[in-house]
Design a protein around this ligand. Structure first.
Ligand SMILES: Cc1cc2nc3c(=O)[nH]c(=O)nc-3n(C[C@H](O)[C@H](O)[C@H](O)COP(=O)(O)OP(=O)(O)OC[C@H]3O[C@@H](n4cnc5c(N)ncnc54)[C@H](O)[C@@H]3O)c2cc1C
Ligand SMILES: C[S@@+](CC[C@H](N)C(=O)[O-])C[C@H]1O[C@@H](n2cnc3c(N)ncnc32)[C@H](O)[C@@H]1O
Length: 653
């Protein structure tokens, strides 16, 4: 990002951070902790409100200026001390100049009493890149959605209902670009009824601006030497601008119980996100465990196929990468995954030009260019070109990730259960195999890849299967030198358990999953194109494709390459309800969408399920629990299952 920067800090004689760019302090020199407690916690009445949360209740805080995360950690500490054990805190914060991890560590070392919370934040503070970044703490009791970017760009993308605002940010005089009527209008748009707000400043133009936006404010005693600050409440009219076909469906009635069909990455992730929120989840899987089909490869690559043009897919990938990467922090490196980086080779002129564009569009800690010498030194093998390096990426053993996601006391995994039919009866989805009732629940999530088309409710979704095969190559003494994942048209990873994964073929219109020698031979050719040196180390010319071990699976893709994640509507009723769009696409008929109550989908994860499926679990849970969305609203809409029905109507097809 040309304008992306980490915070530039100076440290004063007491070890307190100062912003070089803004010439201001991050918190009061007297006591940052006490200031936070006075200004933001007390004046949003959080001690009382946390304690008064009902069982399973939730409170959502919104903040401008995450800075060192001090406000977040103090809110978390208070929440832990005062809220019922099954209540949840959701914290949404915007930050234009995130601290580096090293600076964050130094700043938070100032607060020994927050050490446990700071440690948890630091452990998860990886892959923090522009856009929406979701963090899960305390087994899901505390969720942070960090919006990296300018408040005036990020808040308009947010879909959330905020209960309490921490209006932070450097002093209005030092940061006038932030304290604007546009910001105040966004705070109003995002406020839940009766949302409260507190800010350390009492500047007249801030007070007037907030009042104009619908907040009723009082001047109250500020912290320490500060005479005044502002506190108040939103009393304006609620605003909701979503089109009905992308609006949030009503809450499904009944117990918080869900059944998930499919135990691949998509199903395990959906189950995990719901279970963390207190749902009782039953996963129905036809095989004998998790990750037995497409998600069962020994190594998958965290390969970010990005666009320099900020497409919905590209934004989903950056957000998904961050989320997956933070999940991996909890797995065993070397066995379950490796943060060894991914090097995308600049194998021809077109790819070189594309990489130059990407390097100009994204921060260097997400990706940067390497010349051939640098690339060879890093990879440990001879290469024909340099490329684009993703230092925080690497390979993952997807079954380990699935197993971790499915491991939760609220999740029951039932294997050897193939769902043949699904019916809604007495407010519950009943999954059946012939006469046998396998499970039932008010909510069902279809996560069976392209197989979901067998259910009439999902049969109209345009999903396609593309067969792919990977080859498993025994590591040799020389191939151990490979230090990073290498990608060109194919990919090869450093060894796991004595084998390299080499992938992958693409076969359209193939229904079989038996391994073919032809595809192994193709994969070996992809390896030679990546590096003849490595192909030599692996003795590729001596390997017999007919004898190679491997694995085949079906990628499930959609026409626009985005996954399908969200609630399902009744296709026929949808076409009828919004038929007018066929005549005039600009109309937004205010008729509620004919949702299939409680029916949701997560599919179409294509060749990048490791990046999109885990975050999609969070997106599903956000739709279901009326929570802040973990991606920009436009990205959620770009992934919405209704998009195809809508396009069909508009095109008249
Ligand atoms: C060769 C190949 C290489 C790949 N490489 C990568 C990579 O490097 N990086 C990456 O990110 N992605 C990669 N992918 C893509 C990735 O594997 C997929 O996106 C991901 O696994 C999809 O997960 P899923 O849960 O949607 O599907 P699946 O893993 O197929 O899970 C669906 C599950 O549903 C079950 N099921 C289906 N119907 C029913 C039913 N009616 N009743 C009960 N159970 C049912 C199935 O048994 C299955 O376990 C690759 C894919 C292939 C094929
Ligand atoms: C006083 S500090 C916040 C302190 C923080 N709440 C804490 O607990 O440490 C102000 C923060 O606002 C951020 N900021 C300033 N202008 C911004 C903008 N326009 N958009 C997003 N963040 C901004 C700064 O980078 C800085 O981190």
């Amino acid at each position: 990002m040309p304008d992306f920067q980490h915070a530039q800090l100076d440290w004063d004689e007491h070890g307190q951070p100062l912003s070089r760019g803004f010439g201001d302090v991050y918190f009061s020199r007297a006591s940052g902790l006490e200031e936070t407690r006075h200004v933001f916690l007390a004046h949003n009445a959080l001690p009382l409100r946390f304690a008064a949360l009902p069982a399973g209740g939730r409170l959502t805080v919104g903040e401008t200026g995450f800075g060192t995360g001090l406000n977040f950690l103090c809110a978390w500490q208070l929440f832990e001390r005062t809220a019922p054990t099954d209540a949840r805190l959701h914290f949404v914060s915007v930050e234009k100049f995130p601290l580096t991890r090293a600076d964050l560590r130094q700043a938070l070392a100032l607060w020994p009493e927050l050490a446990a919370y700071a440690g948890a934040l630091l452990e998860q503070y990886v892959a923090v890149h522009p856009g929406f970044q979701r963090f899960v703490f305390a087994e899901g009791r505390v969720v942070l959605t960090l919006l990296v970017g300018d408040v005036l760009e990020r808040l308009p993308e947010l879909d959330a209902r905020i209960d309490a605002w921490f209006l932070d940010g450097f002093a209005p005089a030092k940061n006038p670009q932030m304290w604007t009527p546009e910001l105040f209008a966004e705070l109003a748009r995002l406020s839940a009824p009766d949302a409260t707000l507190a800010t350390f400043t009492s500047a007249g133009f801030v007070r007037r601006g907030l009042q104009e936006a619908g907040f009723v404010l009082q001047r109250v005693k500020g912290f320490g030497q500060k005479r005044e600050m502002l506190a108040g409440r939103f009393e304006g009219a609620p605003q909701d601008t979503a089109s009905p076909w992308f609006a949030r469906p009503p809450h499904p009635a009944g117990a918080r119980e869900a059944l998930v069909i499919g135990a691949g990455l998509a199903g395990c992730a959906a189950a995990a996100s719901l279970a963390r929120r207190g749902w009782q989840v039953t996963i129905l899987e036809r095989r004998d465990g998790v990750a037995e089909e497409t998600s069962g490869n020994p190594q998958g690559v965290l390969y970010l196929k990005l666009s320099a043009h900020g497409t919905a897919l590209s934004r989903l990938i950056v957000a998904g990468f961050g989320f997956t990467r933070r999940l991996l922090q909890r797995l065993e490196p070397g066995r379950d995954w490796a943060p060894c980086g991914v090097l995308q080779l600049a194998f021809d002129a077109k790819e070189t030009a594309r990489q130059a564009e990407l390097a100009a569009a994204f921060p260097a800690d997400l990706l940067h260019r390497l010349n051939r010498e640098q690339a060879e030194a890093l990879a440990g093998v001879a290469l024909d070109s340099g490329g684009l390096f993703y230092p925080e990426a690497g390979w993952v053993h997807p079954p380990a990730l699935c197993a971790q996601l499915a491991e939760h006391p609220n999740i029951r995994l039932l294997t050897h259960r193939e769902v043949l039919a699904l019916h809604r009866e007495s407010g519950r989805w009943c999954a059946r195999a012939g006469e046998t009732l396998l499970a039932r629940a008010p909510v069902a999530v279809l996560a069976g890849g392209a197989e979901i088309a067998r259910f009439p409710e999902a049969a109209g979704l345009p999903l396609k299967r593309i067969r792919g095969q990977i080859s498993r190559l025994p590591a040799t003494a020389a191939s151990q030198d490979l230090k990073t994942v290498l990608c060109a048209e194919g990919y090869v990873a450093p060894p796991r358990a004595g084998e390299h994964t080499l992938g992958a073929s693409f076969r359209f219109d193939y229904d079989e999953l038996a391994l073919t020698a032809e595809e192994h031979a193709e994969n070996l050719q992809l390896l030679r194109e990546i590096s003849t040196d490595l192909a030599g180390s692996l003795q590729a010319d001596r390997l017999d494709p007919a004898e190679l071990a491997g694995r085949a699976g079906f990628r499930c893709t959609s026409p626009d390459y985005l996954p399908l994640v969200g609630p399902l509507a009744d296709a026929a009723a949808f076409a009828e309800t919004y038929a007018v769009l066929g005549k005039d696409a600009r109309q937004v008929p205010q008729r509620p969408c004919p949702w299939l109550e409680g029916l949701y989908v997560s599919s179409g994860h294509g060749s990048r399920g490791l990046l999109s499926a885990p975050l999609s679990g969070e997106l599903l849970a956000a739709w279901l629990d009326d929570e802040p969305l973990p991606v920009p609203r436009t990205v959620a809409e770009a992934c919405h299952p209704n998009r195809f029905a809508l396009r069909r109507l508009i095109r008249g097809g």
